[in-house]
Design a protein around this ligand. Structure first.
Ligand SMILES: C[S@@+](CC[C@H](N)C(=O)[O-])C[C@H]1O[C@@H](n2cnc3c(N)ncnc32)[C@H](O)[C@@H]1O
Length: 252
């Protein structure tokens, strides 16, 4: 009896330690390392100003709750709709690895409350920053955020507000299924595919046949094994749910 208790307590302890490490300690360490790296960025001050605007925009946003209530109302049981979000600075550094060029088109497939779309539009001179989201509550929330961000930007000085009002004009959200959209104008795609089934992921890869040569695809947790795509980066990056493998591919 004693051995059974001791064994159960040891297992519980190990599980708790692993949880604390993966959910708190490692992500916190990764965030600190990233902050230190970005301090050397030539536009660090401007980046922090954009981050402050972004944090203000998403303060008390409760997108998790909107996702949960829509899934409940529409009786959606699929894990594919489990909610999670980008971390602003981490996503900036991920996007930088795709070397976004002025005038390029960015898509977030499953855009939730729009965080990745806003981060991309605010940090880079894109011609379009587009989000596709099926759940109506999240789609509505992202459009409300688009109205709110204008007011927040107007609180800043003229130089800042002129630049960033022009940048957010590139943002558009679509209330659609990601499997039914045409991505032939895309330059950079982001897909938080961690919870996607293999079936959905394979359907998306089949859709990527229409992509232009040079298009970059950023994907969490999943891989692309197709001769048309070369891997340009693979690393554990910070997301709202902790550290997650992010793969970046380029279409040849
Ligand atoms: C993990 S969340 C990512 C949210 C956002 N991209 C971010 O990183 O901040 C995935 C999102 O994809 C949406 N989603 C899942 N399957 C979808 C589909 N077939 N069509 C459109 N949206 C979908 C979910 O509702 C959810 O909002």
């Amino acid at each position: 009896m004693y051995y059974i208790h001791a064994f159960a307590i040891t297992v519980l302890l190990l599980v708790t330690i692993q949880y604390v490490l993966t959910a708190y300690i490692f992500p916190k360490k990764a965030k600190k390392t990233l902050e230190n790296q970005l301090k050397n960025h030539p536009n660090y001050k401007r980046l922090k100003k954009i981050e402050a605007l972004f944090n203000q925009l998403y303060k008390r946003s409760y997108a998790n709750f909107s996702s949960y209530s829509d899934r409940k109302n529409f009786n959606i049981k699929s894990n594919e709709f489990i909610y999670g979000e980008i971390d602003f600075l981490s996503f900036f550094s991920i996007l930088k690895k795709t070397n976004p060029q002025p005038g390029e088109v960015f898509y977030d497939l499953g855009s939730g409350s729009g965080k990745a779309v806003f981060a991309a539009a605010l940090c880079f001179e894109l011609s379009e920053s587009l989000g596709i989201e099926l759940l109506p509550a999240l789609f509505k929330k992202s459009n409300r955020q688009l109205e709110r961000v204008k007011t927040l930007i107007l609180h800043h000085d003229r130089d800042f507000s002129d630049t960033y009002l022009a940048r957010i004009a590139s943002i558009h959200f679509f209330n659609e299924n990601i499997l039914h959209h045409d991505y032939s104008n895309a330059d950079i795609l982001y897909i938080a595919a961690t919870c996607f089934s293999e079936e959905t992921w394979n359907k998306l890869i089949a859709q990527f046949a229409c992509l232009k040569s040079g298009t970059r695809i950023i994907v969490t947790s999943k891989s692309i094994h197709n001769q048309q795509f070369v891997s340009i980066h693979s690393h554990a990056e910070l997301m709202s749910w902790g550290l997650c493998t992010v793969n970046i591919y380029k279409k040849i």
